[in-house]
Design a protein around this ligand. Structure first.
Ligand code: PEP
Ligand code: MG
Length: 756
């Protein structure tokens, strides 16, 4: 930067700070700011436009335009030059504004006499709060130094706005940001509703004094912080075992490169030399990064920009002298808001959270898996939520439909509370069913089990009334650690799971990784179609070390008790046979070591590929049980990626083809007396569960929270009637039996029926 640039903005900033330090209401302060900038820049006009809502800007203060236009003149984002600055987050510098493309004449302001125009965005962390405008009668082009000075001033105005400097009794007129209700429509990550207050995973740093008292001191602070940053990254790379290979290491190496980037450092030091506090200098860069992020669609570039954003957050925390994780107090009824979160971090918060809202994330992400295991309502892909949410803002999370209301108005909150109350009432009714069988009116009993993956799930066994754990996903223990867990750790955990189950059966599924479940510490091959790639039992058989260790841990944990082991993603008989042999071999080894063996071992397979349904008879004779993994099976049956939002809901589970396939599997199992159950997510949806029962399934495994609603429905209907409805719909050529089943349920008055 040039010296003039620094001096110019430093002088202006000093005056600005003095002006803002004076007492006064928000409006008075804003007026003072416009007067001061106009005087300093020898401009006839200086105006501040602020966002009223997502789409509207309002003239909030002016020196030079007609005063009566203040709080009257409004424009849409993108409308006129001011609207364009706000929309693009880029400055506009026009010598002859009325002749410029997109100029929009607003008569009440009297601005037609002004020729030259410069507008800069007032923005903080990539969020445009408003526009700062300077105008002159004479046609002139503003110099780069002047624009730079205005941008620095705009940055300070944004910081001051965040601190509430412009709010007062007249607050709604001026500070629209972060106060109005905000609504985000995302996607369902985990069902459930919650009301609470925002807990930011990456809390924003509040800069008490955006203008530096002494640039020298700020320069030194920034230098020290940058050195600490590089040191921290080096330490992580050198000491964390998880960093020795894989993606995490790549990310850290990218961080180190960014941290040493000369351009990035220079721009921040320039801002400090202009008079900004070190934190604001970092935020100014972060704002630029986020503005770029909003425009870039290339996934690689986005990843890198996210890295840079994370790096700025780290630097801000160092400057603030804050070690985030330790300082985090969790308020009551906390709803965690984050761009994204790793499974380990989410588990650390654990059940203390009422809900989670992520700006990114996917249905199959680790965070979603953990949220599901903890039964915390989760909304993913809630656009702009991290920009909008401030700590402790009231928030409503509707995980049932993937919707978030931030700072809701009273009407919305009241309707929401009604929904929570209704759900609580239904829950009470379900609680009354605990201990009762899921027996249909015509006497068929369906066994209901629960899915689990964490120790924290086990208390749900009693609360939900599940008969056992039909699927224990062992990969969660691997996903939440930064290294492979030890055998002793695993056997200890599995032992505690069996203790907690207190005699109820627990089906442990061996490690199911690959595809959407990647271990941070395991090298991952680059595969064009990971869902069809090297995953689950395929890895287990090719690299048997971990599977053997896991089997030993399970055998030791069972210690005289029955053991159920299930292998994921078996596509053909041979795979199952090899895996089964491994279990027998490990049992033999354990016996020779003198360890107590399980009293009974049942070895089963997950049916997640259509091929297994057509396996030789010998497979059905050999396996002790089968569990249909509908999540995977459905994606292969319909060739529709379970992770891809465009297609994942396209094919109904109640599609006659899929139900006919379920019937085929059930019949084949019946021929060989092979116990079969269904453990995909669909088992927990009442109408789907009913349809599966109608096709012959007698055992279902689901989330604990689904047991009540499924049992309620099954106890209210006549299964043979349901089967007739399915058959009729099938014969009539309907694609899905859902409409027929639903209208039958309606006719029979199911929804009005009290808990039987
Ligand atoms: C399934 O595929 O249905 C299943 C239960 O396994 P996961 O969801 O863990 O892949
Ligand atoms: Mg699966």
């Amino acid at each position: 930067m040039t010296d003039t640039k620094g001096v110019e903005s430093r002088v202006l900033l000093k005056r600005l700070r003095d002006a803002l330090a004076q007492e006064g209401k928000g409006q008075e302060r804003l007026d003072r700011v416009t007067q001061l900038i106009a005087a300093s820049m020898e401009a006839e006009v200086c105006s501040i436009y602020l966002r009223r809502d997502e789409n509207t800007l309002e003239l909030c203060a002016t020196k030079g335009l007609r005063p009566e236009a203040v709080h009257q003149t409004r424009m849409r984002l993108g409308e006129g030059l001011v609207g364009r600055v706000a929309e693009t987050a880029h400055s506009i510098n026009e010598r002859d504004a009325p002749a410029a493309r997109g100029f929009h004449y607003i008569p009440e302001t009297g601005e037609e006499v002004f020729s030259s125009f410069v507008g800069v965005p007032i923005q903080r962390l990539g969020e445009v709060l408003g526009v700062l405008v300077v105008q002159n009668k004479a046609p002139r082009t503003y110099s780069d130094d002047e624009i730079y000075a205005l941008e620095v001033v705009a940055m300070v105005i944004a910081e001051m706005a965040e601190l509430g400097a412009f709010t007062g009794p007249d607050k709604m007129a001026i500070a629209a940001q972060h106060q109005l209700p905000f609504f985000a429509r995302g996607l369902v990550g985990q069902e459930g509703v919650a009301e609470g207050v925002v807990l930011l995973h990456e809390p924003q740093i509040v800069v008490a004094n955006p203008v530096a008292d002494d640039p020298e001191i700020e320069y030194a602070r920034l230098t020290v912080a940058l050195n600490t940053l590089v040191q921290e990254i080096d330490e992580i790379l050198a000491t964390d075992i998880a960093m020795q290979t894989g993606e995490h290491r790549d990310v850290m190496i990218a961080y180190r490169l960014f941290a040493q980037d000369k351009g990035w450092r220079k721009r921040m030091f320039d801002s400090v030399a202009s008079g900004l506090a070190a934190e604001v200098a970092v935020e100014k860069e972060q704002t630029t990064t986020r503005t770029r992020l909003a425009r870039v669609s290339d996934p690689y570039m986005r990843e890198r920009l996210h890295d840079l954003d994370d790096l700025s957050n780290r630097l801000l925390r160092i400057l603030a002298g804050r070690d985030d994780a330790n300082e985090r107090g969790i308020p009551e009824n906390a709803v965690l808001v984050a761009r994204n979160i790793g499974p380990g971090d989410l588990l650390e918060y654990g059940k203390a959270l009422k809900g989670v809202v992520l700006e990114e994330g996917s249905v199959g992400s680790h965070a979603a898996i953990v949220a599901r295991a903890l039964a915390i309502p989760l909304v993913i892909q809630a656009k702009k939520i991290t920009r909008e949410a401030l700590s402790n803002d009231p928030i409503l999370v509707d995980g049932d439909i993937g919707v978030v209301h931030l700072r809701p108005d009273e009407n919305v909150a009241a309707a929401f509370r009604e929904k929570i109350a209704m759900q609580a009432e239904a829950q009470e009714a379900y609680t009354a069913l605990v201990g009762k069988a899921a027996k249909t009116c015509d006497g068929t009993v369906i066994n209901l089990h629960m899915n689990a993956g964490l120790m924290a799930d086990l208390p749900s066994l009693k609360i939900s009334g599940a008969e056992g754990v039909g699927l224990f996903r062992t990969e969660l223990q691997f996903l939440i650690r930064s290294r492979v867990p030890k055998r002793s750790e695993l056997s200890d955990l599995y032992g505690r799971v069996l203790d907690a189950a207190d005699g109820a059966p627990v089906v442990f599924r061996t490690l199911d990784i690959g595809s959407d479940k990647a271990l941070p510490y395991m090298e991952r091959p680059d595969e064009p179609n990971p869902a069809l790639g090297w995953r689950a039992i395929r890895i287990g058989l090719d690299r048997p070390g971990v599977m053997r260790m896991q089997l030993q841990a399970l055998i030791r944990a069972a210690k005289g008790r029955p053991l159920h082991v299930m292998f994921p993603f078996v596509a053909q008989f041979d795979e199952f046979r090899d895996a089964q042999e491994m279990v027998h071999a490990e049992m033999e080894k354990e016996r020779r070591l003198g360890h107590e063996l399980p009293c009974d071992v049942k070895i089963g397979a997950m049916l997640e590929t259509p091929s297994l349904a057509f396996a030789p008879d010998q497979f059905f004779e050999t396996t002790d049980f089968i569990s249909i993994g509908g999540n995977d099976l459905k994606q292969f049956f319909f060739a529709a990626d379970r992770e891809n939002e465009r297609v994942r809901r396209r094919y109904d589970t109640l599609n006659v083809s899929f139900l006919t396939f379920m019937e085929y599997i059930t019949d084949r199992c019946a021929t060989f007396d092979t116990p079969v159950s269904f453990c995909g997510e669909d088992a927990g949806r009442p109408v789907e569960a009913l349809a599966f029962a109608a096709m012959g399934l007698r055992s279902l495994s689901m989330r604990p929270a689904s047991i009540g609603p499924v049992k309620h429905l099954l106890r209210s209907i006549d299964l043979s009637e349901a089967r007739d409805v399915v058959d009729k719909a099938r014969k009539s050529g309907q694609q899905s039996v859902r409409p027929a089943l639903k209208s039958w349920l309606k006719e029979t008055g199911y929804s009005r029926r009290k808990t039987p």
